[in-house]
Design a protein around this ligand. Structure first.
Ligand SMILES: [Zn+2]
Length: 168
């Protein structure tokens, strides 16, 4: 992995986003800190699928919101649209990715309500993500094709938004 392209902090390391240890952490011998991300001008995608009782664990969107407010020069991407706390991600986070959560929303709410939730975020904030690689990605394309997003909007979700963030 080229650490000069992106950073991912997974909540499974059990460190809160605001934990001062993230100023010093090394992963696989590479410095992996907020400061380094800002210095390199790379986006930070943060796993966010809180599922403990009360949905308030270390990856909850409100935790990521604190980092967005403090590190204003870092582009944060909230993975999984904040999971079942997607309303917090909507109001408190910036970019969100649809990995894992998209088929979950369809299973729970059906395509029409999922469409409404995606529309609430808008095609400018949604990013196709791979933070849950066990998924069948063809299913994501099928769901997006059932929404009322037009071809240009779907292209932004699948590629354009992340390409602009990554400057590629
Ligand atoms: Zn994740």
């Amino acid at each position: 992995m080229d650490w000069n392209k992106a950073r991912k902090i997974d909540a499974h390391i059990h460190i809160l986003p605001e934990d001062k240890r993230l100023e010093f952490i090394k992963y696989q011998g590479e410095e992996c800190t907020w400061g380094k991300a800002a210095e390199l001008d790379v986006p930070v995608m943060y796993h966010s699928n809180p599922c403990r009782t009360g949905f308030h664990d270390s990856c909850a969107p409100d935790k990521i919101n604190k980092m967005i407010k403090v590190f204003t020069d870092i582009t944060f991407i909230t993975a999984h649209m904040g999971g079942m706390k997607y309303l917090d991600a909507f109001s408190g986070c910036t970019w969100v990715d649809i990995s894992f959560i998209l088929p979950e929303l369809v299973m729970l709410y059906g395509i029409k309500q999922t469409n409404r939730i995606l529309r609430m975020f808008g095609s400018d904030r949604l990013i196709f993500g791979t933070d849950y690689p066990e998924c069948n990605y063809e299913g994501y394309f099928s769901i997006l094709n059932q929404t009322d997003f037009n071809e240009g909007e779907i292209e932004k979700i699948l590629y354009g938004n992340i390409a602009s963030i990554m400057d590629i």
